[in-house]
Design a binder for this molecule. Structure first.
Ligand code: UDX
Length: 447
């Protein structure tokens, strides 16, 4: 099929590359000329396992093209994906200006029937707004061309985006238009082979499904973080509790890892956006608000441990930091817990010596060069001359480090672990002071 994707960010690029790999002909449109020029030369703007190979293959085989020419994009696809950003505005609501600008572009240039697909995470009611925008522009043009607006949310995880997209758990299609449903089923047929993963529903339910999924996952994490905080005060061990509750299949082992808070481009933004949506219809979403509040507090935790340990005397201290990305296998720093920690340390007069396997360029892009931030190229270099080690991301190479070397490098053997990577008893036996999240004994021994 012929498909156009507007917005070649994370979601758009992965979706386009995966569709092209499955045999569709995909035209990618973005307003950023540098990004498009780079992609034409095979420069992939984000790090995502497997993505580069797919983009290069699609381009070589002629099924994936990149352009800034919106008219060409509209002309190309019978299916028009909108995958542009929906950044939060000042009050946390999703800002729809980019989505509606693409709707307008499509309506300006279309010459025949189009299926317009919302892939961006958008508030309930957006499909209706897109539809109204297209209708208004067509009326202005004096045309009455047929079109349908479909909600088709993505559920991909960063770091596993390509495989999530190729092997989706479910394909949610929100439409009441039978022709559009047929086209969407045909589009996704290559990904829907073994059993039917397509779930068709009305457009508003599809829009809410995306928020409900992300908010449920964020709720699981904040719930665990709350219990972890309690475990610290009660002298219990959250890791034992996690195993204990996860064994109940109704709860499950997935996504109940406590830590120094969730980050990324989805959970913080989507929880806030659903809170705003609820308030706009006169409902106070107490649970969602708490999910957000617990996460805000959780992101301060490592700094609080560090500050307490050093009795508020952080001026001139150097903290080694392992992990900058909001989670492993990505270079994404959006809403990363590391940022909250670094900014608090800097404000207190401490220096940071950081290592991350992928996110160092991104860190420089965000913070620039500064005298209180040194980025180094190995785990070991981060430790050299530092006063303590803090860990914000559970990258695989951090899981089994050389503890003797850590001890020898730090001026004091103390580790602040925001991802519970180590066993408190083992670290204690090796002479470390070890702070982790919700591991009662390890915390109380330091209090
Ligand atoms: C998430 C959803 O998983 C995905 O389905 C949706 O489409 C987009 O949002 P992503 O933001 O890529 O994906 O990351 P994810 O792996 O879900 O992690 C989000 C954050 O939660 C990370 O900061 C991670 O460290 C944290 N997390 C995750 C926990 O603290 N504990 C857990 O048990 C799981």
């Amino acid at each position: 099929m012929k498909v156009t994707v507007f917005g070649i960010g994370y979601v758009g690029l992965v979706q386009a590359a995966v569709l092209a790999d499955a045999g569709h002909h995909v035209c990618c449109v973005d307003i950023d000329p540098d990004k498009i020029a780079g992609l034409k030369k095979g420069v992939i703007p984000i790090y995502e396992p497997g993505l580069e190979a797919l983009v290069l293959k699609g381009t070589r085989e002629g099924r994936l093209v990149f352009t800034t020419d919106a008219a060409m994009g509209v002309g190309h696809g019978q299916l028009q994906f909108i995958a542009v950003g929906t950044p939060p505005d000042e009050d946390g609501s999703a800002d729809l200006k980019y989505v509606l600008a693409v709707a307008e572009t499509i309506a300006r240039h279309m010459a025949g029937r189009k299926v317009i697909i919302n892939k961006s995470t958008v508030p309930v009611g957006t499909a209706d707004k897109v539809s109204a925008k297209v209708a208004a522009v067509l009326a202005e043009r004096g045309e009455s061309l047929p079109y349908a607006v479909v909600s088709n949310p993505e559920f991909l995880k960063e770091g596993a985006a390509v495989s999530d997209c190729q092997k989706p758990d479910r394909i949610v299609i929100g439409t009441s238009d039978s022709e559009a449903e047929k086209a969407m089923r045909e589009l996704y047929a290559p990904f829907n082979r073994n059993h039917d993963k397509v779930i068709v529903m009305d457009v508003r339910s599809a829009e809410l499904t995306k928020y409900a999924a992300n908010c449920m996952l964020a709720t699981k994490i904040s719930f665990m973080n709350e219990i972890a905080n309690l475990a610290e005060l009660l002298g219990a061990d959250i890791e034992a509790v996690r195993k204990g509750i996860g064994s109940d299949p109704r709860i499950g082992y997935h996504f109940i890892y406590p830590g120094c808070g969730y980050g990324g481009s989805c959970f913080p933004k989507d929880v806030q956006a659903l809170v705003r949506t609820a308030q706009q219809v006169g409902y106070e979403p107490a649970l969602l608000q708490s999910v957000e509040d617990v996460n805000y507090r959780q992101k301060q935790k490592l700094f609080q441990f560090i500050n307490r340990h050093f009795k508020g005397e952080l001026e001139g201290k150097t903290i080694a930091l392992w992990g900058l990305a909001f989670k492993p296998n990505t270079d994404d720093m959006r809403e990363a817990s590391s940022r909250v920690l670094m900014e608090a340390l800097w404000a207190a007069g401490a220096k940071v010596q950081a290592f991350d396997p992928e996110a160092m360029d991104e860190t420089i892009r965000i913070y620039g060069q500064r005298s209180d931030l040194k980025l180094v190229s190995t785990l070991e270099e981060a430790l050299a001359g530092a006063d303590a080690l803090a860990i914000c991301t559970e990258w695989q190479p951090f899981r089994a480090p050389d503890f003797e070397r850590i001890k020898a490098s730090l001026s004091e053997p103390v580790i602040f672990d925001g991802r519970n990577l180590y066993e408190p008893a083992a670290l204690k036996a090796q002479g470390f002071t070890y702070y982790a999240i919700g591991r009662g004994d390890s915390i109380s021994q330091n209090q």
